[in-house]
Design a protein around this ligand. Structure first.
Ligand SMILES: Nc1ncnc2c1ncn2[C@@H]1O[C@H](COS(=O)(=O)NC(=O)[C@@H](N)CS)[C@@H](O)[C@H]1O
Length: 435
């Protein structure tokens, strides 16, 4: 993409309403614009990152054996009356009436919806286990949306739902999601620590939150420092016994302030880490909380009716854009991990109007794209300083700089955004380096 043509409305000034780094940087880097309180438009570069995160979430769900579908954003209130959550959910629910005066709502989550689909389709114990997910926009009428996309009112969530015959089966589904979450957040370049959590309006008796340590996190978290060095499992056999992995990752103390036990924590002494955390995922096992009232049952081998054992598993896909920036930025701007960066290489023509520079850059831009490298080419008529500042702000992992001196010797300067290291290399070697 040529920067001269790209819809990337960067801002020089820090918007007053932005209180945390990720909110400031997403506005300044032209990634989002607020449409109304807690509701954002995703501009081209922000959407590229959102979709890369979504794709990594999708790949790890598929690897764990979950099947993707898509449920609507608008739901019938009748389903929520069946589960008893319509009134209980409170003012966060956006309630709508359609032209026929039917009570509808903009879904804050989809337990009722997916349970209705299951009960209408599956009847036999042979039909379970099932693990279904979708990646869909949610609405929660937060009283004080803040921190940009971190606590929005309309936000993108991956929510999975599991259906099993018994508690042992439900535990296996829970463990699959637990491990898939460890892998997902690691691939996003984040250290997310699973912590026992409160189950809240979703309900149930077992729940873990996955928290990324960041000083602007909304949760106060306490955990054993060894968690920070735990290896995330590779090559997982999701049909095998995952309990040992879950046991290892829940063996040491880790709790959010909601369920923190100060005595237990004190026993850790210097091993205790106290920090703020961003909740990027939350998984729940809630047995028959929805299947009983909604009569989602399967027929057992002796013909008896069994309400299915369920769980739900959420990841804040849009929140993750902010969380990754919180965990990876500096004073000059964002520092994207390569796994989610909107472009891999920022190509900078240092001297607009210099024929040799421009033709070297145009050729390199063409060759990089031919090699399939995602490149953002700063071909604008701007001073070098402004180009460097913008490229540092938007946070691409690699900068390739072509200046009038270098081009005479066929040399490009390559800068690593994360550690600032600069090396020189022949322009002819750049494509191979990044392809
Ligand atoms: N207001 C919000 N803005 C952005 N992300 C949010 C918001 N509320 C929740 N999330 C994200 O969505 C994830 C799942 O939300 S949740 O309420 O914990 N869980 C559920 O809704 C369950 N139905 C799991 S499927 C959270 O861990 C968080 O990362």
């Amino acid at each position: 993409m040529r920067l001269s043509a790209y819809f990337l409305p960067t801002l020089k000034e820090t918007p007053a309403e932005a209180q945390i780094a990720s909110h400031r940087l997403m506005l300044r880097a032209g990634m989002v614009r607020q449409a109304s309180a807690g509701i954002y438009s995703w501009l081209p570069m922000g959407l590229k990152v959102l979709k890369k995160i979504e794709q990594i979430v999708r790949e790890e769900q598929d690897a764990a054996g979950a099947q993707e579908m898509l449920m609507p954003t608008i739901q019938s209130a009748d389903l929520w009356r069946e589960s008893g959550r319509y009134d209980a959910y409170g003012p966060e629910m956006l309630r709508i009436r359609d032209r026929h005066q039917r009570d509808m709502l903009y879904g804050p989550t989809n337990e009722e919806q997916i349970t209705d689909i299951f009960r209408g389709a599956l009847r036999s114990y042979k039909d379970v286990p099932k693990l279904l997910y979708h990646i869909q926009w949610k609405f929660r009428d937060e009283i004080r949306p803040r921190f940009g996309v971190m606590r929005g009112r309309e936000f993108l969530m991956k929510d999975s739902y599991s259906f099993d015959l018994d508690n042992a089966g439900a535990r296996r589904s829970y463990n699959k999601m637990f491990v898939a979450y460890l892998r997902t957040f690691a691939r996003l370049g984040l250290k997310a620590i699973p912590m026992r959590a409160d189950t809240g309006p979703i309900g149930g008796d077992m729940s873990h939150e996955f928290l990324v340590l960041a000083e602007t996190g909304e949760s106060e978290v306490y955990c054993h420092k060894d968690f920070l060095d735990f290896e995330v499992p590779e090559d997982v056999d999701y049909d095998g016994d995952l309990q040992p992995i879950v046991d290892r990752w829940t063996s040491l103390y880790a709790a959010t302030d909601e369920i923190h036990d100060s005595e237990q924590a004190a026993a850790l002494g210097d091993d205790l880490v106290t920090a703020r955390g961003i909740e990027v995922g939350h998984i729940f096992n809630f047995s028959t909380k929805y299947s009983k009232p909604m009569n989602a049952v399967v027929t057992g081998s002796e013909g008896e009716e069994i309400p299915v054992e369920m769980g739900s598993y959420g990841i804040g896909v849009s929140r993750l854009v902010g969380a990754i920036i919180e965990a990876s930025h500096d004073d000059n701007g964002i520092i994207w991990p390569e796994s989610v960066t909107p472009f891999k290489v920022g190509l900078i023509n240092l001297r607009y109007g210099d024929e040799a520079c421009t033709s070297a850059c145009d050729t390199l831009y063409r060759d990089l794209r031919r090699a399939g490298v995602e490149v953002l080419y700063d071909d604008r008529d701007k001073k070098a300083g402004a180009k460097f500042a913008d490229m540092d702000l938007i946070g691409l992992p690699w900068q390739v700089v072509i200046g009038p001196r270098g081009v005479k010797n066929g040399i490009a300067e390559v800068k690593n955004r994360a550690d600032g290291e600069r090396i020189e290399m022949p322009i002819a070697a750049v494509v191979e380096r990044f392809a």
